[in-house]
Design a protein around this ligand. Structure first.
Ligand SMILES: *Cc1c(COP(=O)(O)O)cnc(C)c1O
Length: 389
């Protein structure tokens, strides 16, 4: 079966759908049993797509979990109330006091804050490594290093990592590898196929796709799935059946949405690359992007998210640029049907190992609007920017 066919049928067991196309929305805390024998059976099978207690999920959750497990070629998928919860829970499931974590320097900002503000307090130390370090990461491994965490492409600056090289070093040194795969999202990139142990996503982004649900997922391989599942359950992680339903609904049309996001984003990225105010574009599919060669080797495609770096700028020019855009709304998320923009005058505070020696960086999410309207909007806003330099 090819990818689209697989996704159309993923997670559609009769147990979940009861004969219609989509799963039932089964809201539950309590599950009731008719007999002691039934109850004991449920206890034995709990966590194995058998109704036990609401926090273990219902048929709605199982349908989404199965579909994402199939998408990412894993052994199982845990659901969380946000992408941030999926990240914190994956780390907390495997790290303990005295352990050391290798975290990519281009991590999503709350991931970095989790390490500095919470993990540090629990006695877990973090070293931030250069996303382009490749096999050189070996030199950073300590006696107590337990987890190697990747995010590829990196948040905002979009560096694509040499995952096979990093995974090989991790395997040789007994480290668990986790990758924030929100960008690759199982459709364009499947980390477990490349030897990563746990693939994490903010389903909030392209899976949900409509900017109306917070949801996180983590898919683990055979070795780590039982611990991830059990520890997530013990730390109380669960999602509502309604949100699980919406995420699965979003997932069904994700491939066609991604096609349009990809096409329009490439048009805008190539247009910006030629703009006289722009130094270079950070889009994984463009040669100007760090790690572009790994992107070409490992990914099936790109999406609507990318950044561009200005030759020069100041806070006033950035602010006027942002205020003069009509179709790009200011917002921190991405992956919905609408275009968004954020900007950083300097990335230095968020890059403690690699630094940032370029001009201001602006991140766009290219939505499903007509690309001509988006280009015209950027063109007039860049004129405003120029007038404030
Ligand atoms: C948005 C995002 C997250 C966090 O997801 P939430 O659902 O907002 O908690 C994690 N990683 C990356 C790369 C993201 O873009």
């Amino acid at each position: 079966m090819k990818k689209n066919t697989k996704l159309a049928s993923a997670g559609r067991k009769l147990q979940y759908t009861q004969g219609v196309v989509n799963p039932v929305v089964q809201r539950a805390s309590t599950v009731v049993f008719d007999s002691v024998a039934d109850m004991h059976e449920a206890i034995k099978e709990r966590g194995n797509r058998t109704l036990f207690y609401g926090r273990r999920g219902t048929n709605t959750h199982y349908a989404l979990q199965d579909a994402i497990t199939e998408l990412e070629n894993g052994a199982g998928c845990a659901l969380y109330p946000s992408g941030a919860a999926a990240i914190s829970q994956s780390l907390l499931s495997f790290l303990k006091a005295g352990d050391h974590l290798l975290m990519v320097d281009t991590a999503y900002e709350p991931t970095r804050d989790l390490c500095d503000k919470i993990l540090a307090g629990l006695g877990i130390s973090t070293t931030y490594y250069d996303p382009m370090i490749g096999a050189g990461v070996k030199a950073l491994i300590q006696e107590n290093t337990k987890v190697l965490f990747l995010e590829s492409p990196g948040s905002i600056t979009m560096e694509v990592q040499d995952v096979p090289a990093l995974v090989q070093v991790a395997k040789e040194n007994g480290l668990i590898t986790m990758l924030d795969n929100t960008y690759g999202n199982g459709w364009h990139y499947r980390p477990l196929d490349h030897g990563v142990d746990i693939s994490i996503q903010a389903a909030t982004k392209y899976i949900v796709g409509h900017s109306d649900v917070m949801m996180g997922v983590a898919v683990a391989n055979e070795e780590y799935w039982p611990t991830l599942r059990e520890h997530s359950y013990l730390l109380g992680q669960c999602t509502s059946a309604d949100d699980a339903y919406l995420a699965l609904r979003g997932l069904r049309t994700m491939p066609v949405r991604l096609q349009q996001h990809e096409k329009s984003a490439l048009t805008v990225a190539n247009w910006l690359a030629e703009h006289p105010l722009v130094d270079h574009v950070r889009h994984p599919a463009l040669p100007s992007n760090p790690g572009h060669e790994y992107f070409k080797r490992d990914f099936d495609g790109s999406n609507g998210l990318f950044s561009f770096v200005m030759k020069s700028g100041n806070q006033k020019a950035i602010n006027r640029f942002l205020d003069s855009l009509h179709h790009f709304k200011m917002g921190f998320s991405w992956g919905g049907y609408e275009s968004l923009v954020t900007a950083n005058i300097t990335m230095a505070a968020l890059r403690t190992t690699t630094g940032w020696e370029h001009g201001p960086i602006i991140r766009l999410h290219i939505g499903l609007e007509d690309v001509e309207d988006l280009l015209a909007d950027l063109e007039q806003a860049l004129k405003v920017y120029e007038s404030h330099l």
